[in-house]
Ligand binder design. Structure first.
Ligand SMILES: Nc1ncnc2c1ncn2[C@@H]1O[C@H](COP(=O)(O)OP(=O)(O)OP(=O)(O)O)[C@@H](O)[C@H]1O
Length: 363
């Protein structure tokens, strides 16, 4: 009898789709245990990603599923979150102190990649993760301004650097090392060497995620970094404009070529909401991100409007997720962050499917 009840409960849990992983709770491995004692049921759920602002809602859904049609009594529903390391690029050793590295990239400059990267990092933090950000945009390092950090980083041993800290993030940027008004005129190999040093010689402390604000484009620097940093996954930021989408496709293909899984696309500046009359308009065209996502079989992780507050709060060193945590825009960033982390949590499971071993047989 108790086995029947257990499988009935399991069946119901397999009908709950987690919007962040895109998978049901049973298939994703989130259901760790179902305990049955008479009519009382205990359900233990473990998510592989941070979801502080969603845990209670999930527990409610699970309780409802267990108790529906008087099936059983949900005596306890535990929902816990634990981030695991999902290193997927082969033959590379992980960065010390870092579980997962996520590149935020765009094909084209100026689409809002840095703004998205820092807001997503803050959103992951708000959802309960330990997060760092690395500014690899060497020709236009904007993380010092966006995170309200500055000054030369300290070096305890003359070789490694301590990351700067603000808003609960650990931050490192090439911008700390160069004068603000000095243009960077290094050649490609020097840039990649400097960026590799910055990534490996920073004393990151127990990070669940290191978010990298990638250099724009698919040139030498971006490609070399994608091949040499032990990346877990990438997220592509684009505007819905045709010209940005063409370049975003190139970025997506570059990551696929070097076997870095692309978790999805974030559409930035999708619509503009007039601050006077509230009229919403798709000034860069409608539905471009969704079409591109469909074409390449990756999810659209979410879209953000063109909103003056996103710019002004970022410029003031206090991006929207911390400046206005209860705003609808901050909620969107948090939802996208949970989707990024949720999809990443399934990567290890899907790895075998994504990169099958090819055996060539001599006939
Ligand atoms: N959704 C948005 N609404 C309003 N302003 C935005 C939005 N996203 C970004 N911006 C603003 O657009 C400008 C460019 O953004 P950002 O620096 O993040 O782009 P980027 O793609 O990283 O550029 P680059 O590659 O040149 O570094 C900034 O002034 C930023 O504040």
């Amino acid at each position: 009898m108790s086995q029947e009840l257990e499988s009935a409960v399991r069946q119901r849990l397999s009908q709950i789709i987690d919007p962040h992983t895109g998978s049901d709770l049973v298939a994703s491995g989130a259901v760790r245990a179902i305990g049955v004692d008479g009519r009382k049921v205990l359900v233990d759920i473990q998510l592989g990603y941070p979801a502080l602002s969603w845990q209670a809602e999930l527990a409610r859904q699970v309780k409802q599923a267990v108790e529906g049609d008087d099936l059983a009594e949900a005596a306890a529903v535990n929902v816990a979150c634990r981030v695991h390391a999902h290193q997927v690029q082969k033959d590379m050793s992980p960065l010390p102190g870092v579980k997962n590295i996520v590149a935020i990239a765009s094909g084209k400059g100026g689409v809002g990649k840095s703004t998205t990267a820092v807001n997503l990092a803050l959103a992951l933090k708000a959802e309960g993760a330990s997060v760092g950000v690395l500014d690899a945009d060497v020709y236009g390092p904007s993380l010092p301004m966006l995170t309200g950090t500055g000054g030369k980083p300290e070096s305890p041993d003359g070789q490694n650097f301590l990351p700067k800290r603000n808003h609960g993030l650990q931050v490192m940027s090439i911008g700390y090392m160069i004068e603000e008004d000095t243009p960077v005129i290094w050649r490609g190999p020097m840039v990649t060497q400097a960026l590799m040093q910055l990534a490996t010689n920073t004393l990151w402390e127990d990070l669940d995620y290191l978010v990298i604000d990638f250099p724009p484009g698919t040139g030498d620097i971006a490609l070399t970094l994608a091949q040499r940093i032990p990346m877990s996954a990438a997220v592509i930021v684009t505007t819905p404009q045709d010209i940005a989408l063409i370049d975003a496709r190139k970025a997506l293909k570059m990551f696929q070529k070097v076997e870095v899984p692309v978790l999805g696309i974030v559409e930035n500046m999708a619509t503009h909401v007039c601050s006077n009359c509230g009229h919403e308009e798709a000034i860069f065209g409608a539905g471009g991100g969704e079409r591109m996502a469909g074409q390449y079989g990756v999810p659209l992780l979410g879209s953000l409007p063109l909103d003056i507050r996103i710019r002004s709060e970022a410029d003031a060193g206090s991006p929207t997720v911390v400046a206005a945590p209860d705003s609808p825009i901050a909620a969107r960033y948090r939802e996208i962050a949970r989707r990024v982390a949720g999809r990443l949590s399934l990567q290890a499971r899907n790895k075998a499917i994504q990169f099958p071993k090819i055996v060539i047989q001599n006939s």
